[in-house]
Write a protein that binds this ligand. Sequence first.
Ligand code: MN
Ligand code: MN
Length: 460
Amino acid sequence: MPGRDELFFTKKNAYDTISEEEKALITTYCEGYKSFLDCAKTEREAVNKAVTMAEEAGFIPYVRGAMLSAGMKIYKNVHGKALMLAVIGKAPLSGGVNIAGAHVDSPRLDLKQIPLYEDGELAFFKTHYYGGIKKYQWVTLPLALHGIAIKCDGTCVDVTIGEDESDPIFLITDLLPHLDKDQAKKTLGEAFTGENLNIIIGSRPTGGEKDTDRVKLTVLQILNEKYGIVEEDFLSAEFEAVPVARARDVGFDRTMIGAYGQDDRSCAYAELRALLDIETPEKTALCILADKEEVGSDGVSGMQSAVFENFMEDLCDSEGVKLRHCFEKSFCLSADVCNAFDPNFPDVSEKRNSAKFNYGMGILKFTGARGKSGSSDASAEVVGKLRKIFSDNGVAWQMAELGKVDQGGGGTIAKYMANRNIDTIDAGVPVLSMHAPYELTAKLDCYMTYKGIKAVYDGK
Ligand code: MN
Ligand code: MN
C-alpha cells in the first residue's frame, strides 16, 4: 500500500533541493538582472537595452523577404517601444514556434501634454498616471524624468534627468501630519487624486517683480538651454516620471531584490537572457517584449496589435507556410509576474494555492476576476506539458493564483495569444508589493523563471 510519501503532494522550498553550484548561478544571473533593471526603467529603454544585448549576441534586424536558415538570429523593433526576437529552429514553421511573451511597460506617472504651470511661485508638471498605481505611494518619492520630445522639425530630443548622482531629482509633496485632520478621514482612494499628483520642478523667479510666471520662465530657460526645447514641444513628447531608486539586494542574506518595474522586467529579462543563451533550437524560439500591457495591451506596440501577426506571417511566407497552421502548433508562455503570499496581508490570499518566495517559477492556469472572467484558462493538457518540461529540466516551480476567489483579479497578455489559437499559459516570478514604486522578488524565483523559459525554448 503506498503511504503518505507517495500519495501526498508536498510543496518544497527550493533552497532545500538545489545544489551549491546552482546557488552560485542564481547570484551571477541576478547581478545581470539588476544592471538590466537600472538601465531599463521605461519601455523604450528596455527595448534599447535588449537590442544592444541582442546585437552583441549576433542578432540582426529582420528584413522582410529574407530567407530563413536554422540558427539565424533576428529581431524586429516595434517603434522603439516593443521588440520581437527569434532564433530560427531546425524544424519548419509548419510545426509551430515556442514563444515567451513578457511586457516592458510598468506603472508610472506620464506628463500631460501641457504639463508646465506655476502656482504659489513654484513650478510644477501635471501628470496622468499610467497603469494601476496606489497614488499615496508616489508622493514624497524621489522621481527621475525619462522620455523623448519630437520637435516640430521632426528631430527627437532624448531626456533623462535624475539618474546620475549629480542630477537634480523631482518630488510630489504630501500634507504634513500636523494638518491632516481632514485628509485622515478620507479613504485611501479619495485622499490622493490623480489630478493632485503634480511634480514640483523649480522655485527661482526670473525677471521683474511685476512679471507673471517667473518660475515657469526659469524652468523653460533651463530646458531650452540644455535640450533646445520650448513649451510647445511638450505637445509631442512622452515623458515618464519613474522612481530614482536603483535595484538593490534585500535582506541580510541578500536573497531578494528590491527594484522598480520588476513587473514585468523580471520576466522580460529572463526571456531575453534565455534566448541569448540557447543553441540552435529544434523549433523556432520567439521572445516578445510587449508594451501597453498595464493599460490593456492595446495600440500598435501592445500584444493585441497586428504587428505580431505581420512579423510571424512574414516569417511563414518565406517558408511557404500558412500563418494559421504555424499558430495552431505553437506554444506560448505568457511570462508575467504573479503575487507572492504576503504574511502581512494573509487575508487576501488562499494559502494552499498562493505562490511563495523561493518556491520557484509561479504557474497560473488562469487569471481573471470573479468566475475566472476575462481569463483564457489554460487546459490541463497545456499544464501537463509544462509540468513535464520543468520536471525534465530541474526547474523549481509552483502553482499560483492571483488571490482569494472574490478578492479582485487581473489579466495578462495570455488571452490575446490564446485567442490567436496558440496554446498559452501564464508563468512568471512571484512578486511582493506588485505595482509599488519599489517591488520585491526572490532571486531564486527570478533565476528559475529564466531556467523555465530556456527549457521551453529548448523543447520540442
Ligand atoms: Mn505584468
Ligand atoms: Mn502589472
